[in-house]
Design a protein around this ligand. Sequence first.
Ligand code: PLP
Length: 417
Amino acid sequence: MPRVVRSRPLPRHQVNLSPAVLQAVAGAIGRRQVVCGPHVALFEQRMAAMVGVPHALGTSSGRNAFLLALRALELEPGDGVLVPDYTLAAVPALIVAMGLEPVFVDVDPATHHMDPEALEAAITPRCRAVLATHLFGLASDMERICAIAQRHSLVVLEDCAQSCGGSIHGRALGSFGHLAFFSFNTGKNISCFGGGMLVGRDPELWSRVVAIAQGWGRQDPAALLAAVGRTLVTGAITSRALFPLTLYPALRLGARLGNQGLDRLMVEEVTPPALPASPALLADLQARVGLVQLERLPQVNARTRRHAAILEAALQGIPGVRIPQPSEGAELARFYMKVEVPHRAELRRRLLRAGVDTNADDMFACSELEIFRPWARPCPASSHIHAHSLELPNGFHLEDADVRALAQRVRDALASA
Ligand SMILES: Cc1ncc(COP(=O)(O)O)c(C=O)c1O
């Protein structure tokens, strides 16, 4: 049986705590501009320019940006919002919390994104909007989805939380929909200790967005600084120097004892649908960090795209291994490297022993979840993907040589699984 070679342990993600990011944090604290300051408006302008739309508004999270979008649509209770079945559960949960109906649409097994044919088949007379989600730095087939939406008079929303900086045929993700939202949570390719942004091109909808946001408050500075502190700790224990000495041995011990506690800490739990108690706007400290990261985004995306290409080439043709394929014309921001694998649990154990920290799958097959039982629909592709997906390490923190070594370790682990 081939032996899986062990070398320097690699974390699944690493928090971007570059000197420029730390300097931005220190600048905000030093100038007492943690919450209010001039950088939010500048970051909004730069994000709008990057996406190629006239409007942007910073919020305290991606889901609060989505909440703002849903409120601006002024839908009636019971109206339908079409949403991919394979997504973060918190997204359809917000649709439910708003008194609307999530209409789940199965995904295309080849792309892992909303299947346009399934979308057309799922539309009912109560449907008012479709949310197209771009996952793992890939993209939904926006050209087909927008054509279908136009035929059925649906508003198009885009969830760009995982694909900031991606485009299709040169047109940025986030510019296809009437409104689109981004997330700057830890682990994203722009991460600002939390935060989100809504962007839009429709003047009438945007005037409603602005009116609603005027009633939103600022973030609590103490809570934001606590989030900064937590992220600094996460950054330290996932750094190249400390991961092998801290989190990695803890993960291995957990795996040996059959205790998934630590692992669960890194995956969001499903909670019952509820509206956020106090949705708030982006803070100046977050915008400072966002400006630093937005400037570096093209290099970060080019780097993670190159890593993904190395892994993809190395894993090509292995029986049972499937990698989601980008839709035609997509230029990717491939931050998350998802692959479908056989024997996932065993493979994860082998990879962890070989120094590779992986994630089982932090998305959901929503129709399988108890909280969505009244809206469940058969979505076999989504269920299959959720049961077999494995997230391999990728990110700006890896060198090409790390990725080649990683690919070899995955090949070895698969050969012996
Ligand atoms: C696909 C997707 N949608 C929405 C969100 C929500 O963003 P946030 O965590 O900033 O609220 C996330 C982030 O985790 C996500 O991955």
